[in-house]
Design a protein around this ligand. Structure first.
Ligand code: GAL
Length: 472
C-alpha cells in the first residue's frame, strides 16, 4: 500500500501559494501505478530492420533554404538540430528498459507502437515488417512475465511519411485518414490483442493537430488546419473503437480508450467564469463531449466557433450515434494550469496568463500548480462521469533544462509528483474514479521540437554518445 501526504490549496486567490497538509490515506488495491514513454521519443534505430520513415524523421532532418539565417547558419525545425535517430536506443536496449521498470516496481508500462516500424509503407497491404512485430512481441511478453501490465498507445504522433505524403496526402487533414488509421489499429489488435488488454487509440489529438497541422511548430509543420484535422481525429478514434467492438472485444476482452491533453483553465475573476468554461470546451470538450457526452459538439462550442467566423465541421446523425460512448475509459494527460482573462483584441476574446508566484520548470509552458489538477479531475467527473468512464492519468510530470551537467538532484521533481499525486488523491476522495497514474517519463528522451534540451525522465540519460542511464 502506498501512502502519501497530501496538500490542499486554499482556493480563492489562484496565485496564492498557501497549502495545508491534511490527512494520509491509502490508494485502492489494484491502483495501476506506471511510467510512460512513446516510440519516436525513445526507440532510435530509425533506419534499422526495415523501419519506414515517419513525419518526425522528416521534420527533424529537414532544413530547407528558408531555414538558413543571415549568418548562413542552419536553423533546424528542432532545437540544436536534434533528431530521434538514436534517442534512448530503446529498440536495441529493451532489456535495459525492462530492468529499469522492474527496479521501480511499477504495475504498468505505457509505451507506443511505431506505425512505420510495423507497417513501413503505412498499410498492411504494402507489407508488414516482422522485425517490428517481434520487437513489440518481446516487450509485451517480457512485461507480462514480470507482472507489468502493457498499456499500449497505437498512435503517439509518428505518422508514416508514406501516409502523410502519398496514401493520404496531408495526413490528418485528409478525410481518408480515419479509415487508414482504423485499419492500422485493427492490425495492432490482431497482432497483439491476445495479450494487450489496454489500448489507447490516439495520444493528445489536440496537441498533434494544433501544433503540427495548424501552427506548424511540430511535425509535419503544416499551417491553418485546426478544425478539419481535429474533426478527422474524432472519426479515426471512433472507427478504431468500433472495429474493436465488432471484431475483437468478444474474444480479446480488453478496453480501448483515448488520451486527451488538458490544462486546467482557472477564471481570473468571477467575470471570466464563462470564458474559462469555453476554453475548457475548446481544449478538452472538443473530443470529450462527442465521445463521453452527447455524441456531438456542445452547443457552447458551436456558438463560440461560429462567433469567431469559422466553420465547424458537422457530424451526421449516424456519426453522432457512433461517437457516443466510443471509449471504455478516459485517458488524461495533465501537466499545468492557466489563468483565463478577458481580452477584446484576442481570438475568442480571451487570453491565457500565468501567475509569477508559480514555480518554473525546464519547459516555459509548464508551471507546477497542483490544485489545478484536482479541479480538472473534479470537473471531468462532474461533466462526463468517471464512474461510467474510469479515468487513467496517462501522463503527468515535470522537466528540467539540460545544462550539460549530470544532474541527479531531483528534489523539484519529487515535490512535483508528491503534490500532484496528493491533489489526485484528494479528487479521488471527493468521488473521482481514478484507476491508474502513469508518470511521464521512464527516462529523459526526445522532447519533440525541444530535442534533448528538456528532461522529463525519472531516470537521467547521458545522450553524449553512450546512452548511459543513471539513477539516484
Ligand atoms: C505530452 C506528450 C509527451 C511528452 C510530454 C512532455 O504532450 O504526449 O510525448 O513529450 O508532453 O512535454
Amino acid at each position: 500500500m502506498i501512502r502519501f501526504f497530501f496538500f490542499s490549496t486554499i482556493f480563492g486567490d489562484p496565485c496564492g501559494n498557501s497549502r495545508e497538509v491534511i490527512e494520509v490515506s491509502p490508494f485502492p488495491e489494484g491502483f495501476l501505478w506506471g511510467l510512460a514513454t512513446a516510440s519516436y521519443q525513445i526507440e532510435g534505430s530509425w533506419r534499422e530492420d526495415g523501419r519506414g520513415n515517419s513525419i518526425w524523421d522528416d521534420y527533424s532532418h529537414y532544413w530547407g533554404k528558408e531555414n538558413i539565417n543571415v549568418n548562413g547558419e542552419q536553423r533546424c525545425n528542432v532545437d540544436k538540430c536534434h533528431t530521434g535517430d538514436i534517442a534512448c536506443d530503446s529498440y536495441k536496449q529493451w532489456n535495459r528498459d525492462l530492468a529499469l521498470l522492474k527496479n521501480t516496481n511499477v504495475k504498468t508500462y505505457r509505451f507506443s507502437l511505431s506505425w512505420s516500424r510495423l507497417l513501413p509503407y503505412g498499410t498492411e497491404d504494402l507489407g508488414v515488417n516482422q522485425y517490428g512485430v517481434e520487437y513489440y512481441n518481446k516487450m509485451i511478453n517480457d512485461l507480462l512475465e514480470n507482472d507489468i501490465v502493457p498499456f499500449v498507445t497505437i498512435y503517439h504522433w509518428d505518422l508514416p511519411s508514406e501516409v502523410q505524403n502519398i496514401i493520404a496526402p496531408g495526413g490528418w487533414v485528409n478525410s481518408s485518414i480515419s479509415d487508414i488509421f482504423a485499419d492500422y489499429a485493427e492490425f495492432c489488435f490482431r497482432a497483439f490483442g491476445d495479450r494487450v488488454k489496454n489500448w489507447i487509440t490516439l495520444n493528445e489529438p489536440g496537441i498533434f493537430v494544433d501544433q503540427g497541422y495548424h501552427e506548424g511548430i511540430m511535425a509535419p509543420g503544416m499551417k491553418g488546419h485546426m478544425l478539419d484535422a481535429r474533426f478527422n481525429t474524432i472519426l479515426a478514434h471512433v472507427k478504431a473503437y468500433r472495429r474493436y467492438d465488432s471484431k475483437y472485444r468478444a474474444t480479446q476482452k480488453g478496453q480501448v480508450g483515448i488520451t486527451l491533453f488538458s490544462m486546467w483553465n482557472e477564471p481570473e475573476t468571477n467575470q471570466e467564469n464563462q470564458l474559462a468554461a469555453l476554453k475548457m470546451e475548446l481544449d478538452l470538450g472538443w473530443w470529450a463531449e462527442p465521445i463521453f457526452g452527447s455524441g456531438d459538439f456542445a452547443p457552447g462550442l458551436k456558438k463560440m466557433i461560429a462567433d469567431a467566423g469559422k466553420n465547424l465541421p458537422t457530424f451526421t446523425d449516424e456519426q453522432i450515434a457512433l461517437n457516443k460512448g466510443a471509449s471504455d475509459f478516459f485517458g488524461l494527460n495533465h501537466y499545468t494550469t492557466r489563468i483565463i482573462r478577458a481580452c477584446n483584441s484576442c481570438e475568442f476574446e480571451l487570453e491565457e496568463v500565468e501567475c509569477d508566484s508559480w514555480p518554473t520548470t525546464g519547459s516555459v509552458w509548464l508551471r507546477p500548480v497542483p490544485w489545478g489538477f484536482e479541479k480538472l479531475l473534479e470537473f471531468i467527473h462532474k461533466r462526463w462521469d468517471t464512474d461510467k468512464y474510469p479515468l487513467y492519468v496517462t501522463e503527468n510530470g515535470a522537466s528540467s533544462k539540460d545544462d550539460g551537467l549530470q544532474d541527479l538532484n531531483d528534489q523539484f521533481r519529487v515535490d512535483y509528483y508528491k503534490t500532484y499525486v496528493s491533489a489526485m488523491k484528494r479528487a479521488m476522495i471527493n468521488g473521482v474514479n481514478v484507476k491508474g497514474y502513469m508518470a511521464w517519463s521512464l527516462m529523459d528522451n526526445f522532447e519533440w521540437a525541444r530535442g534533448y534540451t528538456e528532461r522529463f525522465g525519472v531516470h537521467w540519460v547521458d545522450f553524449n554518445g553512450k546512452i548511459k542511464i543513471l539513477t539516484n
